[in-house]
Design a protein around this ligand. Structure first.
Ligand SMILES: [Zn+2]
Length: 176
């Protein structure tokens, strides 16, 4: 087993060189505040809080640089059924297979998530942001009854404004 050196930096690194870190089998971990992740602005109802992350670097047997990424966060998103806020907890672990060209891409195993390295350095924030976005369900919905109650209340309000049943009735009558 390779010995894992832990880098507990008081200041989190902004950018990292994955190949260099993989050579030394480095491990970094830390927190990023949700309000620093711009892509989450439209998804979150409340951007207070943090994402916890850890990144471990290594090479596989065929020389592919791997980043084992783990993220976790508590988020407040909009329920897609009743449109009220709901709290979700996300967790995601993935193995990113870093590739710089087609030859390396071909060596990636199926369980790696392909990660293209355009430049020498990776911006930590961008990587973590991408992982968080992927971990958020596409259509989050409350599992409890309150969700349906909220929806019923909203439907009632709509009915008062524009009665959808009169349209249905009309359609039905037209058919006859
Ligand atoms: Zn709901």
């Amino acid at each position: 087993m390779a010995k894992i050196r832990r880098l507990m930096l008081p200041e989190q690194p902004q950018s990292i060189d994955p190949l260099h870190l993989a050579k030394n089998k480095e491990h970094i971990e830390g927190f990023l505040s949700l309000d620093s992740l711009g892509r989450l602005d439209e998804i979150l109802l409340d951007n207070g809080g943090q994402v916890q992350y850890s990144l471990s670097f290594d090479f596989d047997a065929s020389g592919i640089c791997l980043i084992e990424s783990k993220i976790g966060a508590k988020l407040s998103v909009k329920c897609q059924r009743c449109l009220d806020s709901m709290g979700i907890e996300i967790k995601k672990s993935s193995i990113l297979g870093v590739y710089r060209n087609f030859d390396e891409f071909k060596k990636l195993k199926n369980d790696y998530e392909p990660f293209q390295l355009d430049e020498e350095l990776i911006v930590v924030k961008t990587l973590i942001e991408e992982e968080v976005v992927l971990a958020i369900p596409l259509a989050p919905m409350h599992a409890d009854k309150n969700c349906v109650k909220g929806m019923a209340a909203k439907a009632l309000k709509k009915t008062k404004k524009r009665n959808p049943f009169s349209i249905l009735k009309k359609l039905k009558n037209d058919k006859v």
